[in-house]
Design a protein. Structure first.
Length: 228
């Protein structure tokens, strides 16, 4: 029996579109003024080779509303996230593809307010958050949010090597999210990153990708690059 653990590395890059940060006078902003991103998914094979799949991802309206409130440290009574929240949790789902076609991702929609179909990540890991019992929208009892493995400030070579990139790394262990066809992931804001935190959580960004069958002999690494 082959007991080797396979590793998949999922890299998610968020950045602003060409005209997103342009200012103008007496001119309407471009309709294309939206945050854009890209996902690179690698599987580490036994011979050392890597397979690559690239998919777009999106910073959602709710995330952009929170970012404005956070930037000015000013409460906005018209939105759910508070200015005291910060990007602190990672979630997985299996609803990121066209029904009946597991290798055809359905692109995120900027009005999304959560993953399409949430997946329980771990039943007992006390470092996780968002514990639910079996109920509508939560088909398994356990934790539905995973903490970040690491945060790293990086320079952007296209912008004078300034520190405009934050790399968010999350490890999905061999005991996490097993027996699921994973096809979507998200970053969430919250007021705490402590294990067992119950919320609220508000989605910041969502990505969809061709289904990855998660089993106990497979480990995933998500590297999500946020560009500011």
């Amino acid at each position: 029996m082959d007991n080797k653990v396979k590793t998949i590395e999922v890299q998610v890059r968020d950045h602003y579109g060409e005209h997103c940060l342009n200012d103008s006078v007496n001119q309407k902003l471009s309709q294309a003024r939206t945050p854009k991103g890209f996902v690179e998914i690698y599987e580490v094979l036994e011979n050392g080779d890597k397979k690559l799949v690239g998919k777009n991802n999106l910073v959602l309206y709710v995330g952009r509303e929170w970012l404005a409130s956070r930037a000015f440290n000013l409460a906005n009574p018209y939105i759910l996230p508070s200015q005291s929240e910060f990007i602190s949790w990672f979630g997985l789902g299996n609803g990121g593809v066209i029904p009946g076609d597991p290798f055809n991702p359905a692109p995120p929609v900027i009005t999304d307010v959560d993953l399409a179909s949430r997946v329980m990540i771990n039943a007992t890991d006390a470092s996780c958050a968002d514990y639910h019992v079996i109920s509508p929208g939560y088909p398994e009892e356990g934790f539905y949010k995973k903490p970040f493995e690491g945060l790293d400030f990086q320079t952007d070579e296209l912008n004078n090597d300034k520190y405009l990139i934050v790399k968010v790394t999350t490890a999905i262990a061999s005991s996490d999210a097993n027996n699921n066809q994973l096809s979507e992931a998200a970053l969430y804001t919250a007021e705490s990153n402590s294990g067992g935190y119950a919320g609220p959580f508000n989605i910041f960004a969502r990505v969809t990708f061709p289904s990855i069958v998660k089993t106990s002999d497979r480990r995933l690494i998500f590297a999500w690059f946020l560009y500011f």
